[in-house]
Design a binder for this molecule. Structure first.
Ligand code: NAP
Ligand code: MG
Length: 402
């Protein structure tokens, strides 16, 4: 078998449910016939995570630090219902959270645009890439329900025992309090990841907070971004012909709705949570949204933005045909193969990945698509296909292109 050669293996993280089924099909039908695929395989399926006391997730994270590029299938984050379903020893943490913490990374999400699927926001012509800070703020808060009248204070004790105190509020009745934090270290990593990604992709970077109201907290984000930009990135941005643009979050939202896209939008943790769902659905479909975790040390982990598509999996188990869209999972593979090819100097591998992306989009543009896309496509001649048929149709076009 004379497939395209690879040098360094990809870290392959297998996953759960319907996406695990797609994973195997994509490999068997769209990759293995063309590439001498080298991977270091980690089974992050929930059963194996449970069998290994989640050690496998840590090992996959360490492998990513060693090899540099990973591709990950969607995985179940267990909730109460999964405990009996999988006979779990513990309600294991989200693998994405574990890996993100190990790589200190930022998640970039980007919609895949295709002819015939129009964004709901009619002025959007190019993708808006969203970067979400994945540490702190309201996601690591301390909350308190104030039972009645009393004084709430912000108290900080330094290493030497010196205490600083500020009044939050003098309550004359019941209420609520929340303590949140972030660290200069985490904000700096976030900033560097965003500047590096914008340079990589040669797109402008927008960042926004509410620094006019939050004069210390949000202002710190603004200052750290500005300082790192001036010291490390200004000259490179100029050379690449791209700009760094800071504005207030409400101004950013208003501008996003009347821009044509084609930039990276860096968001604080909460803004990123809310805005990524807004951007994904306004561009059309969750199944057309890619996601890559980029660490400040230059490690990459590619995945689809959607989950394991549980409902379709149960249909699949009943022997029924499913309408799962494999585009975002295919693009996780092509993203990882392209990055591996760039790093290892393998233009044939890069070209193959580009052709696979082209073939995938061509399939939809020629009117062959899963049900959820057909519902919004403006193409007149449409053929709705099941999960596996869709992958077979992509293969036909891939052979045509290669
Ligand atoms: P989901 O897997 O994203 O699916 C939610 C719904 O969105 C599906 O039921 C389906 O709608 C539609 N959908 C998503 N991806 C699709 C695709 N590729 N093709 C067609 N339709 C698609 O979210 P979920 O069902 O809430 O979560 C399932 C599991 O995924 C959970 O255990 C969760 O923890 C996990 N999860 C993992 C990740 C990750 O690993 N990155 C991310 C999110 C969630 P219809 O049912 O209407 O067809
Ligand atoms: Mg969300």
């Amino acid at each position: 078998m004379n497939g395209i050669a690879m040098k360094t293996p990809l870290v392959e993280m297998d996953g759960d449910e319907m996406t695990r089924i797609l994973w195997q099909w994509i490999k068997d039908i769209l990759i293995l016939p063309y590439v001498d695929l080298k991977t270091e395989y980690y089974d992050l399926g929930l059963k194996h995570r449970n069998d290994t006391n989640d050690q496998v997730t840590a090992e996959a994270g360490m492998a990513t630090k060693r090899l540099g590029v990973a591709v990950k299938c969607a995985t179940i984050t267990p909730n109460a219902a999964r405990m009996p379903e999988y006979g779990l020893k513990q309600m294991w943490k989200s693998p994405n959270g574990t890996i993100r913490a190990m790589l200190d990374g930022t998640v970039f999400r980007e919609p895949i645009l295709v002819e015939g699927i129009k964004p709901f926001v009619s002025v959007w012509k190019k993708p808006i890439v969203l970067a979400r800070h994945a540490y702190g703020d309201v996601y690591k808060n301390t909350e308190f329900k104030v039972p009645g009248a009393g004084k709430a204070e912000l108290v900080f004790t330094d290493e030497k025992g010196h205490v600083t105190r500020q009044t939050i509020h003098d309550f004359d009745g019941p209420g609520i309090i929340q303590g949140i934090h972030n660290t200069d270290g985490s904000i700096s990593s976030f900033a560097r990841s965003c500047f590096t990604y914008a340079l990589d992709r040669k797109i402008d970077l927008w960042f926004a907070t509410k620094d006019t109201i939050s004069k210390i907290y949000d202002h710190r984000f603004k200052d750290i971004f500005q300082d790192i930009f001036e010291a490390e990135f200004k000259a490179r941005f100029k050379e690449a012909g791209i700009v760094y643009f800071y504005t207030l979050i409400d101004d950013a939202v208003a501008r996003v709705m009347r821009c044509e896209g084609g930039f990276l939008w860096a968001c604080k943790n909460y803004d990123g949570d809310v805005m990524s769902d807004m951007v994904a659905s306004a561009f059309g479909s969750l199944a057309m949204m890619t996601s890559v975790l980029v660490s400040p040390d230059g490690f990459y982990e590619y995945e689809a933005a959607h989950g394991t598509v549980q409902r379709h999996y149960y249909q699949h188990l009943e022997g029924k045909q499913t309408s799962t869209n494999s585009i975002a999972t295919i693009f996780a593979w092509t993203g990882a193969l392209k990055k591996r090819g760039e790093i290892d100097g393998l233009p044939k591998l890069v070209r193959f990945a580009e052709m696979l992306e082209r073939a995938s989009l061509l399939t939809i543009e020629e009117g062959v698509m899963p049900k959820e896309l057909a519902a919004m496509s403006t193409i007149r001649e449409k053929r709705v296909v099941h999960s596996m048929e869709f992958i077979d149709e992509i293969r036909i076009r891939l052979d045509r292109l290669l």
